[in-house]
Design a protein around this ligand. Structure first.
Ligand SMILES: O=C(O)CCC(=O)C1=CC=C[C@@H](O)[C@@H]1C(=O)O
Ligand SMILES: [Mg+2]
Length: 368
């Protein structure tokens, strides 16, 4: 492999429904789409999951563009590569900026899979022909609106509901959902909205048979989570706290988490995501694939990663129609009865709808 050209596009796609978390609400998804071309003409696609503002982590669409233009693309352009794992090693010299790294690395994995005539799932060592997925629902204006949404998604066949919680929108919400949906798998994502002082309130959640509580405490913490997990029956799942295999090892050894939400962008790419998966296999820690409101490109990478054996819990990779009037891939990602069939074509397994890409492109730049 030798990447001879990279195009970065700032994409703007309107979300079908606003997404509210303990950080705030947004109705559009601005993100970077990266198209890499190999010397032999093969084209691979990657997607930055950084948001327009640094609310989920310290990265933004703009910091990603700066890091790709000034550091990451220059390290890769016209360099002979034998395997995408080399990108993880080359980028180790650059501190953090994982979402920027993941954007370019993902496109190179796509090229490698095509050149070796494998689906991205096979290239990663995936085994599944279909993957189980759930739905993540943002904070709603009322509990009635939330329960109506949950009812609708259960009718669509999704079997796991992820709801957001924050102080003042927690116990009543979970109690109502559990009463209305006694047999549905329900999990709560707090996005660091609580403190260790809230331990008595969080312990009340143990009554409702949640599959997990995601990231209840600070986004850079594993110490207080270990303390909290000792007091909770419900498994803690870490998301924002885990940026690397080393973070995962320390959190597991401390007892800070019993489940890990792996997000390719947050951990710096597919190679690191696979390392975390493999470590969790050895330590009996189930994992699942989180979502970042991706377009079909990021969604296709999530699907491929989720085919690895230890992705045993439904992830947040719902169908395209949950997010977009029109996605930028064909066919769109479709979840049937809570399952997505894994594409078998070489690479990400979907065609990119270039007309739709151009229609959503706000700005673009080519690097040669
Ligand atoms: O992509 C999806 O549908 C899931 C999105 C989602 O739940 C999240 C995205 C980004 C930050 C949070 O709000 C939340 C998460 O932490 O998992
Ligand atoms: Mg989360």
């Amino acid at each position: 492999m030798k990447i001879t050209e990279v195009t970065i596009r700032h994409m703007q796609m309107k979300l079908k429904s606003p997404f509210t978390t303990s950080f705030g609400t947004f109705t559009n998804r601005d993100f970077l789409l990266l198209e890499a071309k190999d010397a032999d003409g093969t084209v691979g696609w990657g997607e930055s999951v950084a948001f327009h503002a640094p609310w989920y982590n310290e990265e933004t669409l703009q910091t990603n563009w700066h890091m790709l233009e000034d550091f990451l693309i220059p390290l890769i352009l016209n360099k002979e590569l034998k395997h995408p794992d080399e990108v993880n090693e080359i980028f180790a010299a650059i501190r953090k900026n994982n979402m920027a790294k993941s954007t370019l690395e993902g496109a190179i994995w796509d090229i490698y899979a095509q050149q070796t005539n494998q689906s991205l799932a096979e290239a990663l060592g995936g085994e599944k022909e279909k993957i189980e997925v759930g739905i993540s629902i943002g904070i709603q204006k009322s509990i009635a609106e939330l329960t109506a949404l949950v009812e609708g998604y259960i009718e669509e066949g999704y079997k796991r509901m992820k709801v957001k919680i924050k102080p003042g929108w927690d116990i009543n919400v979970i109690r109502t959902l559990r009463e209305k949906f006694p047999d549905t798998a329900i999990m709560a994502d707090a996005n660091s909205a609580y403190r260790l002082e809230d331990i008595e309130l969080l312990k009340q959640l143990d009554e409702y048979d949640l599959t997990m509580i995601e990231q209840p405490l600070a986004s850079d913490d594993i110490i207080d989570h270990a303390q909290l997990q000792k007091e909770l029956k419900t498994p803690i799942c870490l998301d924002e706290s885990i940026h690397s295999l080393e973070d995962a090892r320390k959190a597991v050894e401390l007892g800070s988490t019993k489940i890990i939400n792996i997000k390719i962008g947050r951990v710096g790419g597919l190679t690191e995501a696979k390392k975390i998966h493999d470590y969790c296999v050895e330590n009996d820690i189930p994992v699942w694939c989180g979502g970042m409101l991706e377009s079909g490109i990021g969604r296709s990478h999530n699907i491929a990663l989720t085919t690895l054996s230890n992705f045993v819990l439904p992830g947040d990779t719902a169908g395209s129609s949950r997010y977009w009037e029109k996605d930028i891939i064909t066919p769109e990602v479709v979840a049937e009865n809570g399952y997505i069939t894994v594409p078998t074509k070489a690479g990400i397994g979907y065609e990119v709808d270039r007309e739709a890409v151009e229609a959503y492109t706000y700005a673009k730049k080519v690097y040669k």
